[in-house]
Design a protein around this ligand. Structure first.
Ligand code: GDP
Ligand code: IMO
Ligand code: MG
Length: 431
């Protein structure tokens, strides 16, 4: 097996960054394929903790190439900041490649993101990073691609063409407007810096495939935030699903061999939208505190709920998971009774299919199966057999109900608190 997708199986923040960083020690390349700095991926090793928003989580493995592929939307100011942060920490950026075809987020995309939110009767609760408006421009064929951004003439032309429209809209909303020269000057040093990392990344990936190299595709967000398959309209503006990888990186679909679904041991969601298994109160607060459930990007407290098998089976249908990684299992330690939603009920009728309509989803009442919890602190466990029986039982139940092996489980934020039950790339032990 040579290519492996790391996909969020829920509503994001499942621990994709942690698992990608862990597996990256055995990979030749890590590729981010969609989204932008709406993502926040946390990586912890030793006494170091990093939050990455744009740069792939393989960056700490010095022999691994890291690619920002063309399906992404890139805020150059945010990328510049992230590169500074890594530079300051002594992390080399020589193996960082940015697609010449990815789209650029301009400062006014962030203004438009906020403006759209203000005007929506039902707020999506976006991250305010300009993701939606940048993808809107891409679809409207008025977007700015990296290759044009890097080119002085192309970039100036873009600003001269677009700013009159943008400024009109901003003026009407009594927001600050932009000047061509000011934006041009602001981005000059960043354009120079990024041009050193520019590549036809599809071609870089093809070369790697030809050499039989091991490639990890690092998803951002989660399947339920997918523009096509998620809880529309409370979704993001790209597709975090595995099937979007070939399109978004420019590689034949047959080259994707395995799909690892990242499943948090319970469920969280940031922003608005229906969430059938959501809980509030003491247990939710205890989980939020123990799991530090505050957004890596916006700092918002995440909503908490039980694991939802109906939702996860749906995510499996969309992605075809070959394996699962269950993360944050330690956080459930001390919870007396662990609930799993195995069906929904609406108006007394029970069903197991994830509904298309958001209104229906809002009225779905979860039907729970309850499993006994475990009280032990499991953060030092490094073997499935050393887990308390009830924790083993929980993982076995997840495996049985979704029909996919739990090949990895994670018992703490640190890189070492990861237990791998099968080898993904080689037999070597991961450090
Ligand atoms: P991502 O967006 O999917 O990469 O996930 P985030 O980094 O936004 O959120 C996951 C959070 O859980 C981060 O704070 C991680 O450090 C933390 N985390 C990951 N795995 C574990 C685990 O097994 N146990 C605990 N306690 N924390 C974990
Ligand atoms: P990672 O990669 C959790 C959510 C936002 C909002 C919706 C749309 O860290 O898992 P957007 O700014 O994308 O237009 O917001 O999607 N959202 C995320 N939630 N994790 C993420 O990324 C998210 N990225 C976007 O909260 O509800
Ligand atoms: Mg996150």
């Amino acid at each position: 097996m040579k290519t492996l997708a790391v996909i969020g199986a829920q509503w994001g923040d499942e621990g994709k960054g942690k698992i990608t960083d862990y597996l990256a020690s055995q990979a030749d390349m890590v590729v981010r394929f969609q989204g932008g700095n709406n993502a926040g991926h946390t990586i912890v090793f030793g006494d170091q903790k990093f939050a990455l928003h744009l740069i792939p989580s393989g960056i700490f493995r010095h022999n691994t190439s890291n690619i920002l592929a063309q399906g992404m939307v890139i805020d150059p100011l945010a990328l510049n900041e992230e590169m500074d942060m890594l530079n300051d920490a002594g992390v080399p950026l020589t193996n960082l490649f940015i697609s010449d075809r990815a789209h650029i987020i301009m400062p006014f995309h962030k203004d438009l993101d906020k403006l759209l939110e203000e005007r929506r009767p039902q707020k999506v609760g976006t991250t305010g990073r300009g993701i939606g408006p940048a993808y809107m421009d891409k679809a409207a064929r008025t977007g700015l691609r990296v290759c044009t951004f890097i080119d002085s003439v192309g970039f100036k032309n873009y600003l001269e063409t677009m700013l009159p429209f943008i400024n009109d809209a901003l003026k009407k909303a009594a927001k600050n407007t932009y000047k061509v020269q000011e934006l041009f000057d602001l981005f000059k040093p960043i354009r120079n810096r990024l041009s050193n990392h520019l590549a036809d990344t599809s071609s870089v990936i093809h070369d790697a495939l030809k050499k039989n190299e091991r490639i990890l595709f690092e998803g951002a967000q989660g399947t339920m935030l997918c523009l096509d398959h998620g809880t529309y309209p409370f979704v993001t503006s790209s597709s975090p699903a595995a099937s979007s990888i070939p399109l978004n990186v420019g590689m034949p679909a047959r080259n994707l061999t395995s799909v690892l679904g990242i499943v948090k041991a319970y469920t969280t969601r940031v922003g608005s939208g229906a969430f059938p298994t959501e809980i509030t109160g003491e247990t939710a607060d205890a989980i939020a505190t123990k799991g530090h459930e505050f957004g890596t990007t916006t700092g918002r407290r995440r909503r908490i709920g039980w694991l939802d098998i109906v939702q996860l089976r749906y995510a499996h249908r969309i992605n075809g998971f070959t394996d699962l990684a269950v993360t944050l299992l330690d956080v459930l330690g001390g919870v007396d009774a662990i609930k799993l939603c195995v069906a929904y009920e609406v108006d007394g009728e029970r069903f197991e299919r994830f509904p298309a309509d958001h209104e229906t989803l809002k009225h779905c009442k979860p039907v729970y199966e309850t499993l006994p919890g475990f009280t032990e602190d499991i953060t030092d466990v490094r073997n499935f057999d050393d887990l308390p029986e009830n924790a083993q039982n929980y993982l076995n139940t997840i495996e049985r109900l979704i029909g996919v092996p739990v090949s990895i489980f994670s018992v703490g934020p640190d890189r070492r608190a990861t237990i791998i039950r099968k080898s993904f790339f080689t037999e070597e032990e991961i450090s």
